[in-house]
Design a protein around this ligand. Structure first.
Ligand SMILES: [Zn+2]
Length: 194
């Protein structure tokens, strides 16, 4: 595991609350905030040398750490921030009009009901579209354009959003997150074979 990887942080109840950098994880360990470890992988961090002994300090960080975070997690009334990256990941980098996959930079955010027609910039009114389809739809509604959506938009749950926000998710972190999303989750269907 290299240092660009993120550590999955859990609260006191063992529920995932966010991604932290390895530097933040080191601080949590040093401040005795880590209560237990849940991951199968770890990262060895080397610190400075001890002035007296000359020994270099090291610390082993687990990929998933439960911490003394007593904040209650609200699963209701939670609306994650809409960004292009998380929107494109929600739709598995697929244009929801033509069904083709594209690299992130070739995708765009399409408003199903155009903003000019009173549509909102929200998870439920936006889908991933390739630039060609987005241009073709232009300022029209679905009916006016004659285009159809291949999948319905949805608001990701708190844990689904963590999956969308992860930069490089390790297998044990992904399994842990998926164990907290329902079988019917569309994110689960898009990111696993089962
Ligand atoms: Zn398209």
């Amino acid at each position: 595991m290299d240092i660009t990887k993120q550590i999955l942080r859990l609260n006191y109840a063992g529920l995932p609350i966010g991604w932290v950098s390895y530097q933040t994880a080191v601080r949590l360990y040093c401040n005795n905030q880590v209560t237990y470890e849940c991951g199968n992988s770890s990262l060895l961090i080397r610190g400075g040398a001890n002035k007296i002994s000359g020994n270099q300090s090291t610390i082993v960080i687990n990929s998933i750490v439960a911490t003394k975070n007593y904040n209650k997690i609200s699963y209701r009334d939670y609306t994650p921030l809409l960004t292009n990256t998380t929107l494109f990941k929600r739709d598995a980098s697929t244009c929801l009009y033509c069904g083709e996959s594209f690299s992130l930079k070739s995708l765009s955010r399409d408003h199903i009901i155009p903003l000019s027609k009173g549509g909102q910039d929200s998870w439920m009114n936006t889908v991933t579209a390739c630039k060609r389809c987005n241009n073709h739809k232009g300022n029209m509604t679905l009916e006016q354009s004659g285009m159809t959506l291949l999948a319905v938009p949805f608001v990701p749950s708190r844990i689904e959003y963590l999956i969308l926000r992860g930069r490089t998710i390790l297998a044990d972190q992904m399994n842990f997150l998926l164990s907290h999303v329902p079988k019917s989750s569309l994110i689960r269907k898009r990111y696993t074979l089962g």
